[in-house]
Design a protein around this ligand. Structure first.
Ligand code: ITT
Length: 186
């Protein structure tokens, strides 16, 4: 069985990657650590900056992920600031910003950065569109899951099992691209 190191402080992300890769007999090793996320103008820059910092302390191959939610009415905020916004104003703060707002469209993004043993960097991106609910629903998942309903669904991510979320989520899509790259280069 092949194994891949995932560097992240987030157990939920790790669980989703582990579930997404298991059908391909790839085991994910969680190197649980916080790393300085030097901000960039977009997820790709954040990923490249993060990899640049980690490469001197962790021997490749490994991968990292930067993710976030973009609320269209808020000019795509919080995007790369999703983690900070979640810890500060939280779901309540986002719902307050959208009080009485009709356009509740939002997009979740997952950007994976993989460094292989030759120090080549590959980026994979997944996105899922949907809507922000009027109030939080569900107890599963993490972060913004209770307030995000993906397109063509009536349930929030937090009302889904990990397997259900992993069929349609932004992360499921970046995993799919990552997997097709890995299986194509074997
Ligand atoms: P890392 O150590 O991997 O960076 P993190 O939790 O700090 O873990 P990010 O910097 O990528 O992750 O921040 C993304 C934030 O966006 C995260 O804190 C969540 O609040 C939110 N988020 C990302 N994916 C999500 C998902 O699938 N469901 C709900 N919220 C999500």
């Amino acid at each position: 069985m092949k194994s891949l190191i995932f560097v992240s402080s987030n157990d939920h992300k790790y669980n989703e990657f582990r579930d997404g890769f298991k059908t391909h007999n790839i085991s994910i090793i969680h190197m649980k650590r916080e790393y300085p996320e030097i901000q960039g103008r977009n997820h790709n820059e954040v990923i490249i900056n993060s990899i640049g910092g980690l490469i001197s302390v962790i021997e490749p191959p490994f991968f990292v992920e930067d993710s976030g939610i973009e609320v269209q009415y808020l000019e795509n905020f919080p995007s790369i600031y999703s983690s900070y916004v979640f810890k500060t104003i939280g779901l309540k703060g986002i719902l307050n910003l959208l009080k009485d707002v009709e356009n509740r469209s939002a997009t979740f993004k997952s950007i994976v950065g993989y460094v292989d043993e030759n120090y080549t960097i590959k980026i994979f991106e997944g996105k899922t569109e949907g809507e922000i609910t009027l109030s939080p629903r569900g107890t599963g998942g993490f972060g913004y899951d209770p307030i995000f309903v993906p397109k063509d669904s009536t349930h929030t991510y937090a009302e889904m099992t990990i397997e259900q979320k992993n069929r349609i989520s932004h992360r499921a899509k970046s995993i799919k691209q990552f997997l097709s790259y890995l299986t194509g280069t074997e």
